[in-house]
Design a binder for this molecule. Structure first.
Ligand code: PLP
Length: 430
C-alpha cells in the first residue's frame, strides 16, 4: 500500500525545491505593471529580465488581458480534433509575420516541445536522424530537447539521452574567449563555419537531418555570431542538404529588435520554433513555423503530432493580442532604445575592471564578470565544462551576490548558464 506524507516529510516533492520552501529568500511575486513587479511584502522591483526573458509586452498589458478574457467568456477549450477560429487566426497571423517561405504554423505548448516537433518534421522529411547543435546552447529540458541542449549542466543530466536522440555538438562562433584562432570578425565567421563543415563531414552529411541554432544564444550568455557566419551556415545546409532550424524561443517577438532573430542575422531557416514571447507568456503556447513541403509529408502520411493543449484557444487569443501590442509600438520602442542600453552598459564596463565582456543584441544582453585579482573571466568556455563552479585558489565568482545586491536595491536581473554573467532582458516597453 502507498504511504501518505508523514509528519517529518513536510516538503512537497518538486523539480524546483524553492517553490515550496517557506524559509527560502527567493522572491514571492504577486503583482505586476509594465516594467515592474511587486512581491508579497508590497515592495516594487524593476523587472529587468522579463522573468525568464519572456514577458515581452511587460506586465498587466490590457490588450492581452482583454483578448484572453473575451476568449474565456466565449469558449474555454476546443479539441485539437475540431477547428477553432482563434487558432486559425493566430496561425495565419504568424505565417504573415514569418520570414521567407515559412507558410505553415503548428502549435505545441512549451519551447522544448516545439523543438522536438521541429526535429520530428526534419527527420521525417530527410529520413536522416542526427541533429547538430551548438556547444553552449539551450533548447529545453525534456527528454529530447534536453539532449539537443549544449549546456554542461543540462547535458550532464541527460547525457545518456544524447546517444538515443542522435544530437552531436559543434563549437559556436563566440568572439569572447573564442575557441578559434581569429583576429577579425570575418576570420572568426570563416573559422567557425569551416569547423562546422568539418563536423558535418565527420558525422556524415547523409546522417544529419538538421542543424538547430538560436540566432543569439540566449540563456548561455547572449552570444551573437559575427557578420557572415549565418550566411555560411545557410550555404552549408544547402550544399549538404541539411535543414536549418532556428530556435527563436527567446529571440522571437521583438527581443532582438525585429519580429524574429533570423531577420537581424539575415538568414532564412527551414523551420522556426517559438514560445515565450508569442503570448508575452500570459498563457503557455509554443509552436513551429515550417516550409510547406515539411508539413505536406506528415499530412499525406496522416501522422497526428498534435497535443491536447497545443494551440489552446486562450493561448491563441493571448498570442493575437500580444502581436497587436508588439505591432503598436513595442518592437519599435525596443529597437530604438537598444543602442542606449548597449552604450550605457559599455560605459559602465569601461569604469571597472570586474567586467570581462558585454555582449548581446536588442533587449537581450549579458555582462560577463572578470576576476579582479587576475583580470580573467570566471568561466572559460574553451576549457571549462564545469559551469565555472570548480575553479580553485582564485576569487569567488561574485555574480550571484551581485544579482542579489541588485535585487535588494529593487532591480531583478537574470544570471546566465553558467552564472558567471548577468543576463538583462527588459520588457519591450522599457
Ligand atoms: N529554446 C530556448 C532558446 C530557450 O531559451 C528555452 C527556454 O528557456 C527553450 C527552448 C525551452 O522552452 P520551455 O522552457 O518553454 O520548454
Amino acid at each position: 500500500m502507498l504511504e501518505g506524507p508523514t509528519e517529518e516529510s513536510t516538503t512537497v516533492p518538486t523539480t524546483i525545491p524553492h517553490w515550496y520552501d517557506p524559509d527560502s529568500d527567493v522572491l514571492a511575486i504577486t503583482d505586476g505593471d509594465g516594467t515592474t513587479v511587486v512581491d508579497e511584502t508590497g515592495t516594487t522591483y524593476l523587472d529587468f529580465v522579463s522573468q525568464l526573458y519572456c514577458v515581452n509586452a511587460g506586465h498587466g498589458n490590457r490588450t492581452i488581458i482583454d483578448g484572453m478574457t473575451e476568449q474565456l467568456e466565449q469558449i474555454q477549450y476546443v479539441s485539437a480534433a475540431k477547428r477553432s477560429p482563434v487558432r486559425a487566426a493566430l496561425g495565419e497571423r504568424l505565417v504573415d509575420l514569418a520570414p521567407g517561405s515559412l507558410s505553415h504554423a503548428l502549435f505545441s505548448v512549451t519551447g522544448s516541445e516545439a523543438n522536438e516537433l521541429a526535429v520530428q518534421l526534419a527527420r521525417n522529411h530527410t529520413g536522416a536522424s542526427k541533429i547538430l547543435t551548438r556547444w553552449r546552447s539551450y533548447h529545453g529540458s525534456t527528454y529530447g530537447a534536453g539532449s539537443l541542449t549544449g549546456d554542461p549542466e543540462t547535458r550532464n543530466l541527460v547525457e545518456t539521452h544524447a546517444a538515443t536522440t542522435g544530437a552531436a555538438k559543434f563549437l559556436p562562433p563566440m568572439a569572447h574567449r573564442s575557441p578559434f584562432d581569429a583576429e577579425t570578425p570575418a576570420e572568426l565567421a570563416d573559422a567557425a563555419a569551416d569547423h562546422l563543415e568539418f563536423v558535418i563531414r565527420n558525422e556524415g552529411p547523409d546522417s544529419i537531418a538538421a542543424i538547430m541554432m538560436e540566432p543569439v544564444a540566449g540563456s548561455s550568455g547572449a552570444y551573437t555570431a559575427p557578420p557572415g557566419y549565418f550566411e555560411r551556415v545557410r550555404e552549408l545546409c544547402d550544399e549538404y542538404e541539411i535543414l536549418l532550424i532556428a530556435d527563436e524561443v527567446i529571440t522571437g517577438f521583438g527581443r532582438c529588435g525585429e519580429w524574429f532573430g533570423v531577420e537581424t542575422e539575415g538568414i532564412e531557416p527551414d523551420l522556426l520554433t517559438f514560445a515565450k514571447g508569442v503570448t508575452s507568456s500570459y498563457a503557455p503556447l509554443a509552436g513551429v513555423l515550417a516550409r510547406p513541403e515539411l508539413v505536406a509529408d506528415i499530412e499525406q502520411e496522416g501522422f497526428d503530432l498534435g497535443q491536447t493543449f497545443g494551440g489552446h484557444p486562450v493561448g491563441c487569443a493571448a498570442g493575437l493580442a500580444a502581436i497587436e501590442a508588439y505591432d503598436n509600438g513595442l518592437i519599435e520602442n525596443a529597437r530604438e532604445n537598444a543602442p542606449a542600453l548597449e552604450t550605457g552598459l559599455d560605459e559602465l564596463a569601461s569604469r571597472t575592471d570586474v567586467v570581462a565582456d558585454v555582449r548581446g543584441r536588442g533587449y537581450l544582453r549579458a555582462v560577463e564578470f572578470a576576476d579582479p585579482a587576475t583580470g580573467e573571466p570566471f568561466y572559460d568556455p574553451r576549457v571549462d565544462d564545469t559551469g565555472g563552479d570548480e575553479r580553485e585558489g582564485e576569487s569567488e565568482n561574485p555574480v550571484p551576490a551581485v544579482a542579489a545586491a541588485l535585487e535588494d536595491r529593487g532591480v531583478i536581473v537574470g544570471t546566465g548558464r553558467p552564472a558567471t554573467q548577468l543576463l538583462l532582458a527588459p520588457p519591450l516597453c522599457a
